[in-house]
Write a protein that binds this ligand. Structure first.
Ligand code: SAM
Length: 230
């Protein structure tokens, strides 16, 4: 997944399989519940920055879930990998409120430009000492709050994903990366410790079946000039 030498067809196959795993393993629920828990009361429009957009399926889910409850969701998906951005653009072509940019999270200007900043399965790609800076930058860019959806490092989760991918996938990238991602996942104390080091937010951590964390960082007060529900 992090291999810059992966060919476009290999990457497309891998992103399609990640989407399959998200769908099968309840991967959208922490994102959807978390993002919509930050919807300001009465708002009918929500802007979301999706960090590490992958195949664009999280963005599509957000737009569809919003539409079902009368909320127009606008998503900017960013990703460090240009080829991933190109793939996500293709997979969201029928969604006019989803746009993409080739962009590093850490190079974003530290200005609150989105209602909610979301990152699913991105944090575990970072070394430990980059996690507080990553969460801090996400909080700086958010007007209302941040939602992180990531993996629980647990032996049962590791054995489970290893067995599932061994049976369901012939893709060596998925069979190798999926258990590795769980090993790079988090336990509650780590996530809470890092979240508490982020200035100006209130953190809530929830465990979601099976073996996912939903971390919500709510900004203590919206920055001046933020029109609720705008
Ligand atoms: C495992 S994929 C997650 C895809 C999708 N969010 C999901 O949950 O299915 C992680 C993505 O994060 C991207 N990424 C890693 N570091 C990043 C950074 N600093 N800024 C933006 N994207 C980054 C990677 O290129 C990769 O596409």
């Amino acid at each position: 997944m992090d291999d810059p030498a992966a060919s476009a067809p290999e990457l497309a196959r891998t992103l399609a399989e990640i989407e399959g795993l998200n769908r099968t393993l309840n991967g959208y629920r922490p994102t959807l519940d978390g993002v919509f828990s930050l919807l300001p009361p009465g708002a009918t429009r929500l802007s979301v920055l999706d960090v590490g957009v992958g195949g664009g399926d999280m963005a599509r889910q957000l737009v569809e879930h919003g539409a079902a409850r009368g909320v127009e969701v606008h998503v900017l998906g960013i990703d460090l990998a240009e080829s991933t951005v190109a793939y996500a653009e293709g997979r969201t072509a029928g969604y006019p409120t989803i746009t993409h940019r080739h962009q590093d999270l850490f190079a974003l200007p530290a200005e609150p430009a989105f209602d909610v900043v979301h990152a699913a399965q991105v944090l575990h790609h970072f070394p430990d000492d980059a996690i507080v800076p990553a969460l801090t930058r996400m909080a700086e860019v958010a007007r209302v709050g941040v939602v992180v959806n990531d993996l629980h490092r647990h032996p049962v989760a590791w054995a489970g994903i290893r067995a599932i991918t061994a049976v369901l996938s012939r893709n060596p990238m998925i069979r190798y990366d999926a258990p590795l991602s769980v090993r790079r996942g988090f336990v509650a104390e780590e996530l809470l410790g890092w979240a508490r080091a982020v200035p100006g937010v209130e953190a809530t951590l929830t465990w979601r079946l099976p073996f996912r964390w939903q971390l919500v960082l709510r900004r203590a007060a919206p920055p001046p000039g933020h029109a609720q529900g705008a």
